[in-house]
Design a protein around this ligand. Structure first.
Ligand code: PHE
Length: 350
């Protein structure tokens, strides 16, 4: 019986020294655990004379209860903060969340912008929801002009504006040209790059209804085609590689005169059009890949922007960042739609 009393005293002494929940848990194990002091004492019951065993058993049970109650009380007294500290193991490595990345097109656009910023162009954004006027009339395509058909357009069901006509989703970034001329209050110089989403109702391996365009506009005194050629040449060498060449091919746009399409020499066959002597290059067939539409800004467009065509001249070009991405040798995409399908297996590669 003395043993039971001294165990109780021992416990009370130890309990007083406790100042954390962790220590309390250890104390609980020490006394109430399977190999704990209470159980060890219970085993001694066999050594006790028969007539005293019952009382011995009861006393042990009482002690067990008392210890339990004490522990419960103490546990409650210990602050919540301390409980957290005990249960959160700060040494465990943290949870790792999967790392996201930017969309491949965002990377490409950032890269293109950087290239043009180095030669003094400023990035601007003009509306995607636009008036018919800026997408067509201001660009020398009056109402009913057949050239408008080249830019199949999503119209928006909204009230027509007396001056600006119907509301639409801009089918090209050229709508930003006259807006920019007006923004600078018809006072060149202008060195703009306008990158925006454009919309046309097409869906196949080379078209998505939403795509991007990259529009360059340069207006100043004495600006001529050699500046246009030099600028595109600089871009192509920076973006595709030093060995790539460009050529200007006559074309027609209503808003530029003269107009061109700009081709880049194919990176697969090095502009030869053939691989291994006689096999036609499958990527380009001719040695050249079409990159952009461009030309000298039409006098009527300058006039729409309040700029005197006798004093100033300028050029513009427009191309698709999606196509640029696909044309880069290291990215061989045979279907542009994959860019907008949000397939994580594809996006993860960038
Ligand atoms: N806006 C034309 C297109 O969408 C491209 C272009 C831009 C052509 C600027 C000439 C000058 O096809």
């Amino acid at each position: 019986m003395d043993e039971i009393n001294s165990l109780k005293l021992k416990f009370e002494g130890e309990l007083k020294k406790i100042n954390s929940l962790n220590q309390l848990l250890n104390l609980k194990i020490k006394y109430l655990g399977r190999q704990g002091l209470i159980n060890q004492l219970t085993k001694k019951i066999k050594q006790i004379p028969l007539d005293q065993r019952k009382i011995f058993g009861q006393k042990i049970n009482d002690l067990k209860k008392t210890i339990f109650q004490y522990l419960e009380k103490w546990e409650k007294n210990l602050s919540l903060k301390e409980k957290k500290e005990v249960f959160i193991d700060k040494t465990l490595p943290g949870k790792k969340y999967p790392k996201g990345s930017l969309h491949p097109l965002t990377y490409i656009i950032e890269e293109i912008v950087e290239i043009f910023e180095k030669i003094g162009f400023v990035r601007l954004s003009y509306p995607e929801v636009e008036w018919e006027y800026f997408a067509f009339e201001a660009l020398n395509m009056p109402k009913g002009h057949p050239a408008r058909d080249d830019f199949e357009t999503f119209f928006i069901q909204a009230k027509e504006n007396k001056k600006y006509g119907k509301m639409l989703l801009s089918p090209h970034t050229s709508s930003g040209q006259v807006r920019e001329m007006l923004r600078v209050k018809s006072q060149p110089p202008i060195r703009m790059i306008n990158i925006a989403k454009c919309y046309r109702p097409n869906w196949d391996a080379t078209h998505t209804p939403m795509f991007h365009q990259f529009e360059g506009l340069c207006i100043d005194k004495n600006i001529n085609i050699s500046h246009l050629k030099g600028t595109i040449n600089y871009f192509v060498k920076e973006f595709f590689g030093k060995e790539r060449e460009i050529r200007l091919r006559p074309f027609h746009f209503q808003f530029t005169e003269p107009s061109f399409e700009i081709d880049v020499s194919c990176g697969v066959c090095q502009g030869k059009g053939v691989i291994n002597q006689n096999n036609k290059c499958k990527v380009c067939k001719s040695g050249w890949l079409e990159l952009a539409g461009a030309g000298m800004v039409h006098p009527n467009v300058l006039k729409a922007g309040g700029i005197d065509p006798k004093k100033y001249s300028g050029w513009a070009f427009g191309f698709g960042p999606e196509r640029c991405l696909m044309m880069r040798e290291e990215v061989k995409l045979d279907d542009i739609r994959i860019l907008y399908e949000n397939d994580i297996r594809f996006l993860e590669k960038f």
